[in-house]
Design a protein around this ligand. Structure first.
Ligand SMILES: Cc1ncc(COP(=O)(O)O)c(C=O)c1O
Length: 406
């Protein structure tokens, strides 16, 4: 079992902010010493550009950088490191696929299928793509419990070129049956390209891209204990190989003539310009940390804490609190979004902040979902490895104070 109090000791932010109750890992996670130290190691020991140096420190930086690619590939069960493209974040990874592959395959009258529970990053790029190409934007709905609904046999046709869906909702916390949905979609239309937004899944549970049988899977380093500025795009090599580059210049080029340019093979074809070298190098330390704890243990810990939290919040506030998303804990992650009485979410969050409790308030970049739920905003408390039941108790006390003040 995970001892969150012990884990907190690995995260220096708790030394600088004693008593911090950080419940916003869905937005970005905290960083352990090992990740921070690795960034400092790069700058103090082998700071240099990668791929182009013929001297030792540059070779060292290149090796460290490419080693992360290998570590990421193993972490998600990819066939090879050539399938791992480094971007800036999940948002850029999705935009890369939408701009490159999307514009290659979409024609007027074709369809893109996504869901109403998506983060804007997995909604807007597809919406824009349809408006530019004359394609049709289709959206899977949810039921009152926060599960996807809809008859795929009717919704997916041979015109549906792309299915883009989230693995775990960043508001509802719903863990979608992504493997089953992809299998069904491919049975109906074997040509369909599937894009999985795993920003809220990869940090919290075991993921294997071959087992999921998706075509693309995207996530962000900063939500999984790693540095900001690094995203991952995993794609099946055949698809990456036939896609146009997204940006041009720098090390993605193999030869330039006056009348044309030849590009490198994937993944380098998609990595134009100097990347976030230190951050990519340090991402592998985050993965090593997660592997040491074990993804199964992380998932079990979050389930345990969320069960306790839902129970405590329900007992303390009854129908004054509306928790959003599935009731079945097997199908929800470490996120609890809720509305509290008729208080404004931002007012509640500000009062909680007075007691050093960090929660998120707003629409969490999921406006279509909030509209569907009939609310403008919600509060969101999200739990990760450094949160324990003691943090739930502090949140409950904080909310009691809110009731007194508002
Ligand atoms: C499900 C989901 N997708 C995409 C994103 C966007 O991630 P990033 O800001 O790292 O691009 C987020 C961020 O919260 C998210 O929760």
């Amino acid at each position: 079992m995970i001892d969150s109090k012990k884990i907190k000791k690995d995260f220096p932010i708790f030394d600088s902010n004693p008593g911090l109750v950080y419940l916003d890992s869905t937005a970005t996670s905290l960083k352990p010493h090992s990740v921070i130290n690795k960034i400092s190691e790069y700058y103090s020991k082998y700071s240099s550009n990668i791929f182009r140096g013929v001297y030792r420190i540059s070779e060292r930086a290149t090796e460290e950088f490419e080693e992360t690619r290998e570590v990421v590939a193993k972490f998600i069960g990819a066939k090879s490191r050539e399938e791992i493209v480094f971007t800036r974040n999940t948002t850029e990874s999705i935009n890369l696929v939408a701009y490159s592959l999307g514009r290659q395959v979409m024609r007027e009258g074709d369809e893109i299928l996504t869901t109403v529970m998506e983060h804007h990053s997995n909604f807007v790029p597809w919406q824009v793509l349809t408006s530019e190409t004359g394609a049709i934007f289709k959206i899977l709905d949810i039921n009152d419990d926060g599960y996807l609904i809809g008859d795929l046999d009717r919704i997916i046709t041979n015109k549906t070129k792309i299915l883009a869906l989230t693995y775990v909702s960043n508001v509802l916390s719903t863990i979608n049956p992504v493997k089953e949905i992809i299998a069904k979609a491919k049975a109906i239309n074997p040509e369909i390209i599937t894009v999985v937004d795993a920003a809220q899944a990869v940090p919290h549970m075991e993921i294997n891209v071959l087992d999921l049988d998706c075509d693309f899977l995207v996530f962000s380093s900063h939500k999984m204990l790693g540095p900001t500025g690094v995203g991952v795009l995993w794609g099946k090599y055949e698809l990456l190989d036939r896609m146009f580059p997204f940006m041009y210049g720098g090390e993605m080029i193999s030869e330039v003539y006056l009348d044309q340019t030849k590009f490198k093979k994937p993944p380098h074809k998609f990595e134009a310009g100097t990347p976030a070298i230190a951050e990519v190098i340090a991402l592998k330390e985050a993965i090593k940390y997660l592997n040491r704890i074990g993804l199964q243990n992380i998932r079990a810990h979050e389930e345990d804490v969320v069960k306790y939290a839902i129970d405590r919040l329900g007992k303390a506030f009854g129908d004054k609190i509306r928790i959003i998303g599935p009731k079945d804990l097997n199908t929800r992650g470490g996120i609890i979004a809720f509305n509290f009485e008729d208080y404004h979410a931002h007012d509640v969050a500000s009062i909680l902040d007075e007691d050093n409790i960090a929660v998120r308030a707003g629409n969490h970049c999921a406006m279509p979902l909030h509209k569907k739920l009939g609310i403008a905003a919600s509060l969101r408390a999200s739990y990760y490895i450094y949160n324990g039941k003691e943090d739930v108790d502090i949140l409950v006390s904080g909310l009691k104070k809110v009731q007194k003040l508002l």
